[in-house]
Design a protein around this ligand. Structure first.
Ligand SMILES: NC(=O)c1ccc[n+]([C@@H]2O[C@H](COP(=O)([O-])OP(=O)(O)OC[C@H]3O[C@@H](n4cnc5c(N)ncnc54)[C@H](O)[C@@H]3O)[C@@H](O)[C@H]2O)c1
Length: 355
C-alpha cells in the first residue's frame, strides 16, 4: 500500500515535506491551511488545497495519512481528529507540549487502529551520526562529556515561536531534537537534569538554554543553545579518555585528536618538575598529537531524512516496525518537563527514577 498524504498546515515545514520528499510509494495529495497565501502554490505542487476547510480535508478519501505541520499547540487536537477520521498520522516535533497530551494522541491512534509516528528527523543528521559512531565504537575511548551546541547569529525567534500559547521557545523548537539525540546517544538511564533558560531578547519564551543531563553511568551531556552568537562555535565537542572530537557543523566536518601516549588513572603522587605553576597546560610534546579523520557516515542529511518515509511505508505494509518509538518520544517530552522544572526552581531534577 502507498502512503497518500494530506498536509495539515502548509507553511515552511509543510512545504519542505511536499517539495523534498521523493520516496517511491509516497505521494503528497492534499494540503489544508487557514491562510490563502500559504496554499497559493498548492496547485503548482500538484496538491489539492483545502482553505479553511478542515472537515473536507479530513474526510477526503484520497488520502490515508495526515502529516501535521501546524504550530506546536495544535498537534494534539489535529492528531486526535486525524485518527478519528481513520487516517494514519505523521506528527512534527515536538509531538506535544505535555506528556499527557501525547498519551491522548497515541491512545486515539491505537483506538482507531491507525499508525502514529513523530518526525524526529534529526536522528539521521550527519553530525549526530558521526558522534554516535564515535560513542558506540569508542573511537576516543570512554566518553565522559559531550557538548551539543546550537548557535545562531540573528538574535531573533521567528513568528509563532515567540509566543508561549503556541508552544514557542527554543526548548520546544531545538531542545526537543537535541534531547532526543542525547538520549539516543547514551543508552544509560538518566540521573539528573539541570537547566538554565534565559530571555535574552524575547519576553515570553526562552531564547537561550543550557541543559546538563547527567547519566547514571557518569557521562554528562551539555546542551547549549543561544540565538545570538556572532562567532561560530563547534556543533559538537566530545571528550573521551583516549582523545577529543570536534565536529564543527551540520556538514560533519572536523577531526579526532589523540595522543600516542595512553594515559592511565593514577594514584596521587608528587613528582619533581621544572614546568612552573601552570604545569597542567604543558602542551602535548611534538610528534605526540595525532589528528584523525572523523568516522565516515553514509549519507548527507537531505537524503538520510527520507529514511523516515521509507520506514513509515514499510510499517504500513507490515514489513518493519517504526524506527522512532512512541516510548522514546514520550521520554523526551518528560525530560523537557524536568528542564522547565529545573529552570523554574534553580535545582537539578532527578530523572528516570521510578520512585
Ligand atoms: N523536524 C524539523 O526539522 C522541523 C523544522 C521546522 C519546523 N518543524 C515543526 O513543524 C511544525 C510547523 O512549523 P513551521 O516552521 O512549518 O511553521 P509555519 O508557521 O511556517 O507553518 C505553520 C502553518 O500552519 C498554518 N496553520 C496555523 N493554524 C492552522 C490551523 N488551525 N489549521 C490549519 N493550518 C494552520 C499556518 O498558516 C502556517 O501555514 C512545528 O511543529 C515545528 O516544530 C519541524
Amino acid at each position: 500500500m502507498d502512503l497518500r498524504i494530506g498536509v495539515m498546515g502548509f507553511g515552511g515545514m509543510g512545504h519542505y515535506h511536499a517539495e523534498h520528499v521523493k520516496v517511491p510509494g509516497v505521494t503528497f495529495v492534499t494540503a489544508c491551511d487557514i491562510e490563502a497565501v500559504q496554499l497559493a502554490d498548492a496547485e503548482a505542487l500538484g496538491v489539492k488545497a483545502y482553505l479553511n476547510d478542515e472537515e473536507g480535508f479530513f474526510n477526503d478519501g484520497s488520502i490515508n495519512t495526515v502529516l501535521l505541520t501546524v504550530p506546536n499547540h495544535l498537534h494534539k487536537e489535529y492528531a486526535v481528529k486525524a485518527a478519528a477520521a481513520g487516517k494514519n498520522v505523521i506528527c512534527e516535533k515536538p509531538a506535544a507540549l505535555l506528556p499527557a497530551d501525547f498519551d491522548a494522541m497515541v491512545q486515539a491512534a491505537w483506538e482507531r487502529g491507525v499508525l502514529f509516528e513523530v518526525h524526529q528527523n534529526r536522528r539521521w543528521d550527519r553530525d549526530f551520526c558521526i558522534v554516535k559512531k564515535i560513542y558506540d565504537e569508542k573511537r576516543i575511548g570512554e566518553i565522559f562529556n559531550i557538548e551539543s551546541n546550537i548557535h545562531m547569529p540573528s538574535g531573533r525567534v521567528q513568528g509563532w515561536h515567540q509566543f508561549k500559547e503556541y508552544g514557542g521557545g527554543m526548548v520546544y523548537d531545538w531542545g526537543v531534537h537535541c534531547i532526543d539525540q542525547a538520549l539516543q546517544l547514551i543508552p544509560d538511564k538518566v540521573g539528573t537534569v539541570f537547566a538554565d533558560l534565559k530571555n535574552v531578547f524575547h519576553t515570553e519564551v526562552d531564547d537561550y538554554y543550557k541543559i546538563i543531563i547527567k547519566f547514571r553511568g557518569g557521562q554528562t551531556v551539555n546542551l547549549n543553545l543561544c540565538t545570538y552568537v556572532l562567532k561560530p562555535y563547534p556543533r559538537w565537542f566530545v571528550c573521551g579518555d583516549r582523545g577529543t572530537a570536534e565536529i564543527l557543523s551540520f556538514a560533519g566536518d572536523g577531526k579526532l585528536y589523540k595522543t600516542s601516549r595512553v594515559l592511565e588513572k593514577l594514584p596521587p603522587r608528587i613528582e619533581p618538575n621544572v614546568a612552573g605553576p601552570t604545569r597542567s597546560y604543558i602542551p602535548v610534546p611534538p610528534g605526540e598529537l595525532l589528528e584523525e579523520d572523523l568516522p565516515a557516515v553514509p549519507e548527507a542529511a537531505e537524503t538520510a531524512w527520507l529514511e523516515f518515509y521509507r520506514n513509515y511505508r514499510a510499517v504500513l505494509n507490515g514489513k518493519e516496525s517504526f524506527k522512532i518509538k512512541n516510548e522514546e518520544v514520550r521520554r523526551v517530552l518528560e525530560l523537557m518537563q524536568a528542564v522547565f522544572q529545573s529552570a523554574e526552581t534553580g535545582m537539578a531534577v532527578r530523572f528516570d527514577y521510578d520512585d
